[in-house]
Ligand binder design. Structure first.
Ligand SMILES: Cc1cc2nc3c(=O)[nH]c(=O)nc-3n(C[C@H](O)[C@H](O)[C@H](O)COP(=O)(O)O)c2cc1C
Length: 662
């Protein structure tokens, strides 16, 4: 039991008419938890209410995208890189209100409050003819007075529905390249009429929208805005100008809270900061927001706070009154209760890998569902509720492989009452997590290893490290069920002439300290996610000169737009030179020969001491094949990368699902 005292985190706070039971907030996160897109179904309720039942006091759930004033016959503008705009927002349908009412009731039953965020994410429209989102390549339609009036009215209309459904608070979204943001920013608002000008004029759209909402919903709901603490955009506002705008908005008497975060939805930093950022890195913006505001207006700060101890510190040091902890609640919906009960070692901390936002913005799965790399229940809450039950009979279960899939299989099987032995060939659990954690800016990945180690101890799993498992060793344990989660190994492109030369090594071996390189390194990449940038950065941190020859259009092309900016910016600051669209054709002692990925031209490059390969990986399932042929184990499973090397989330889900059915 932890001795940490939380003197601030669990104190209730009055925010306007709303009493928030503690300081922990799920700020809005549109993670696509409904299996009935646009509507609120049992999956949506199960996902967000799990956080309320887990002790999060403020539930922001998912944003409401409001109607836009399209000219007749124009199509909806649903473009992931540019924002959404819709003709008819779901909140207008009775079936939506029905679901929302059920949702609010559930949140209240759990003792939390429900906040509705109202959003125009429509970079299609803007105050001035200036591109709103960096990823966008067209000039937005400039708003006329009638259109502005249309938008203002939509906030009031939607707020009324939210009130009727039982929501406690309304938040107008004025950050992240939304319409509210584009009025506040001096780059996107260059108007010379009443809607533009200095800080005191650019807030007019926000104040009039708040006024209209207040007139419509009365005094019974808390009202606030979400606002960027500063912009990272040429000509954008800094945190002093944010203070000034916020002061004037506060003076209107319409604000009960302001939710501050930092970042954009394209480029770096992202408003969903990855592990490359410090915990609560932009916390000063919370403090700045508090500086001039009436104390009655609560300041909520959000941004990579993944640990209740950090949250407590932010409150204690006066950075904010409430702390946003979105991904902390995705990786562990019960983290707040665990902190309150002193069970800190049971918390599964978010590692900020950003799969959740990447999946929400550019899904890899269909049907779309929330995804978390380390929490396998996310997106499957209803299924877990239906299927999870203690084992009818405690079985002897042997899990081979202590990577994420093996650990999750062992953890869930042990939770259900099985007697589990986990055999790992390394000196520590973790598998590929340990490789990732060795890279600069990825050390949070080790948190998941600590979590698994703590869980194995807590659940009484017999963990045997540094074991060399074979068929006989498994049979000697007389298992009733065996899970083979032996992972994968790096792919070796044997077909390439010269690939066996001694100066050719694998990226994984370099990161594990098993292979050394000379000073001038060519990284050959056939991998589109984080592995190549990680290998490159790992090498530059050790003083190597790195050039990457990459098969596709840019490094990290599988990383979504929220996250790729930071990865590419790091490559630039490390001095990594990237040559896209090239495949390795031949290795010689003094040179390499490459061929265009999409053409026939070949290129010869010289001057490298070492060639480092990043070619993805190959599943390792020999032991499974042998056990299957042997036929003596009653229940035999293959899990994670040993079946198919994909992403962490897939490995964790596969392992946990096996643990669920043994
Ligand atoms: C999947 C996902 C979807 C998000 N959608 C929204 C959104 O619709 N509106 C919004 O204001 N913020 C959104 N956010 C940002 C979060 O509110 C929060 O600011 C961000 O996750 C950083 O906080 P954290 O480090 O505690 O996760 C989203 C975040 C995630 C992970």
């Amino acid at each position: 039991m932890s001795q940490v005292k939380f003197e601030h985190l669990f104190k209730p706070l009055q925010v306007g008419p709303m009493r928030v039971p503690n300081r922990i907030c799920e700020t809005t996160n549109t993670i696509n938890s409904s299996m009935t897109p646009g509507l609120i179904d049992e999956h949506f309720i199960a996902h967000h209410a799990a956080k309320a039942w887990g002790g999060t006091g403020w539930i922001g759930s998912e944003t409401w995208l409001l109607n836009s004033p399209f000219p007749p016959e124009t199509p909806d503008e649903i473009g992931l890189a540019v924002g959404f705009a819709v003709h008819q927002s779901p909140y207008q349908f009775p079936i939506f209100a029905e679901g929302m009412t059920k949702f609010c009731d559930e949140i209240h039953r759990a003792g939390s409050v429900a906040i509705v965020q109202l959003t125009h994410l429509s970079a299609v429209w803007a105050p001035s003819p200036v591109v709103v989102v960096g990823a966008q390549d067209y000039t937005p339609h400039v708003l006329g007075d009638e259109e502005i009036e249309f938008f203002i009215k939509t906030y009031a209309d939607a707020a009324e529905v939210a009130k009727n459904c039982g929501a406690d608070g309304i938040e107008i979204h004025c950050a992240h390249e939304t319409l509210g943001y584009s009025f506040l920013s001096p780059t996107t608002n260059q108007r010379t009429d009443r809607w533009g000008g200095g800080p005191q004029e650019r807030i007019r759209f926000i104040v009039e929208s708040l006024q209209r909402v207040r007139q419509r919903v009365g005094a019974s709901m808390a009202m606030g805005i979400r606002m960027s603490g500063k912009e990272f955009r040429k000509g954008g506002y800094d945190n002093l100008e944010m203070r000034e705008m916020l002061y004037y908005i506060g003076e209107s008497g319409l604000l009960d809270f302001v939710s501050i975060d930092v970042g954009h939805c394209w480029g770096a930093p992202s408003y969903v900061p990855s592990s490359y950022y410090g915990h609560g890195e932009f916390r000063e913006c919370g403090k700045a927001a508090r500086a001039d505001l009436d104390r009655k207006i609560a300041v909520l700060f959000t941004g990579r706070v993944n640990d209740p101890v950090i949250a407590e510190d932010l409150l204690k040091e006066g950075y904010c009154d409430l702390v946003g902890m979105v991904r902390a609640g995705i990786s562990d919906p019960e983290f707040a209760n665990k902190a309150r009960d002193g069970r800190l070692s049971e918390i599964r901390r978010c590692i900020s890998c950003t799969r959740c936002i990447d999946e929400a913005s550019e899904p890899k799965t269909f049907p779309y569902k929330p995804t978390c790399s380390i929490n396998p229940m996310i997106g499957h809450e209803v299924r877990w509720k239906q299927q999870y039950r203690p084992a009818d009979k405690a079985k002897r279960v042997v899990v081979v492989g202590g990577g994420l899939a093996g650990c999750e299989a062992a953890r869930v099987a042990a939770m259900r009452g099985h007697q589990v032995t986990l055999l790992e060939q390394g000196k520590r659990l973790g598998g590929q997590l340990l490789i990732a954690a060795a890279v600069p800016g990825r050390d949070d990945f080790e948190d998941q290893v600590y979590f698994e180690e703590n869980e194995m101890t807590r659940l009484g799993v017999d963990v045997q490290l540094a074991t060399n498992t074979d068929l006989a060793a498994i049979k000697a344990l007389s298992p009733e069920a065996v899970v083979i989660a032996t992972g994968s190994i790096p792919r070796m492109p044997r077909e390439i002439p010269g690939i066996d030369l001694p100066h050719v090594v694998q990226g994984w071996d370099v990161m594990q300290g098993k292979a050394a390189t000379g000073n001038r390194v060519a990284v050959i990449s056939e991998e589109d996610y984080y592995e190549t940038p990680c290998v490159a950065e790992f090498l530059t941190e050790r003083g190597k000169h790195v050039e990457v020859f990459h098969k596709s259009v840019h490094l990290g092309s599988e990383i979504a737009r929220y996250s790729v900016g930071m990865v590419l910016s790091r490559m630039e600051s490390c001095g990594v030179i990237v040559h896209p669209n090239l495949l390795l054709k031949e290795v010689r002692l003094d040179s390499i020969e490459l061929v265009s990925s999409f053409g026939v031209r070949t290129y010869r490059k010289e001057g490298f001491d070492s060639i480092v390969l990043v070619y993805g990986s190959v599943p390792q399932h020999d032991l499974y094949d042998q056990l299957k042929a042997d036929g003596s184990v009653p229940q035999l499973y293959l899990a994670g990368s040993a079946w198919l090397p994909r992403f962490m989330a897939e490995a964790a889900q596969h392992g946990a699902s096996v643990g669920l059915v043994i």
